[in-house]
Design a protein around this ligand. Structure first.
Ligand SMILES: C[S@@+](CC[C@H](N)C(=O)[O-])C[C@H]1O[C@@H](n2cnc3c(N)ncnc32)[C@H](O)[C@@H]1O
Length: 364
């Protein structure tokens, strides 16, 4: 079998390179000798790809590599005890927060809840607890009712994401693992010594990931839910970030203490972010980048949101320059979650590079 041989010190980088090139053969085992790591790869004839691998410190060699046993999904296991009609109702995916799986059990299959939960745990040995969604995300704290189904009766997740750890009670605070990629995109946009305001901060994922990746940034994270705020304080310690100030309060009032503070403003509350545009202007430095999350129609996700942002800002003497923005995830059959990204500047101020002037002096 064709493998890429690399030094253990280069193995992580090589794995990422092979994943990016879609060359890693996941059906075969990665092997280790005393001096090398061997990654099994799919056949490679392209000379350019070979050069990329060699530049990353890899050497293409031939070596016997064992085939990994097929991994069964929970639906494969359930196929042994359920009818086809029942199986068709079972969602393939579930949310995973640390060792807690949160599944959606269709009403018709409620009597089979424990079979489903046992199959989820058997197929995924790291899952120790299975909870079922017992309602929609609701209320101002954006939490969801959850029911215990099987495993260890534990509601405290210890979840790793983008190199940080978050500990929280899954019943008491909002956390969506589906936003992991989105958070890494925001982290990658932060520039040296920025001052970042994270509104609606929850247990701290945006704020802490930004702070960890940018130790010279100053981050303020406002959260209304006392439980989420308290977990955010714990998570700041857990991740040893000294540059996040966690504020318990309503953005409507707490923002007043941070007038003119922010080079970047993150507004991750898609249901009602648009009601806080005044607070975004208030906390913005002379120019600032805003990331406003919102639910929007899947057909025309950006137009109406951008129009209302322009109207709002221009009435208050600000000009707006839109950045590309993104569809973050599907939300319902007809709606998507988007992030509208824009630079706001007090009229008369050049909006080319937000906060660049401030960057030269920030750090106090
Ligand atoms: C959708 S969650 C996002 C949480 C977090 N940013 C994350 O990505 O996991 C929105 C959060 O905003 C909080 N919240 C709602 N209204 C608020 C307000 N007026 N001021 C501050 N926080 C608020 C909720 O308690 C909830 O934790």
């Amino acid at each position: 079998m064709t493998c890429v041989r690399t030094l253990p010190s280069d193995a992580e980088r090589m794995k990422n390179t092979l994943l990016r090139l879609m060359l890693l053969d996941r059906r075969r085992a990665v092997q280790h000798s005393n001096s090398y790591v061997y990654f099994p790869i799919l056949s490679i004839s392209n000379a350019k790809l070979k050069r990329v691998i060699e530049r990353a410190g890899g050497r293409i060699v031939q070596r016997a590599t064992p085939v990994l046993p097929d991994k069964l999904a929970h639906t494969d296991l359930l196929a042994r005890v359920m009818t086809r009609a029942e199986l068709a109702l079972i969602p393939r995916g579930f949310d995973l927060l640390g060792s807690i799986a949160i599944v959606e059990i269709p009403r018709e299959l409620e009597p089979r809840s424990s079979d489903i939960a046992e199959a989820v745990m058997e197929a995924n040995p790291r899952i120790k607890t299975v909870l079922a969604k017992a309602g929609a995300v609701s209320g101002v704290y954006r939490t969801r009712k959850l029911e215990f189904v099987a495993g260890k009766r534990d509601y405290i997740a210890v979840h790793r994401e983008n190199g940080c750890t978050f500990r929280f009670d899954v019943r008491k605070a909002f956390f969506s693992a589906r936003l992991a990629h989105e958070r890494s995109v925001i982290v990658s946009q932060v520039r040296p010594r920025e001052r970042v305001m994270v509104m609606f901060a929850g247990v701290g994922p945006f704020a802490i990931e930004i702070a960890k990746a940018h130790p010279d940034a100053k981050v303020v994270a406002i959260e209304l839910n006392p439980d989420a705020h308290s977990y955010m304080l714990d998570n700041i310690e857990l991740n040893r970030v000294g540059n996040v100030k966690a504020v318990l309060g309503d953005v409507k009032t707490a923002a007043k203490d941070f007038s003119g503070f922010a080079d970047r403003i993150v507004m991750p509350m898609p249901k009602t972010s648009a009601e806080f545009l005044d607070e975004a202007l208030l906390v913005a430095s002379r120019t600032a980048v805003v990331h406003m999350y919102a639910f929007s129609s899947a057909d025309k996700p950006f137009e109406a949101l951008r129009d209302s942002i322009i109207r709002h800002s221009s009435r208050r003497g600000y000009s707006v320059r839109f950045l590309p923005g993104r569809i973050v995830r599907p939300y319902s059959a007809s709606e998507v979650e988007v992030v509208v990204e824009y630079v706001i500047s007090k009229r008369g101020i050049h909006a080319g590079v937000a906060g660049q002037k401030r960057h030269a002096t920030a750090g106090s």
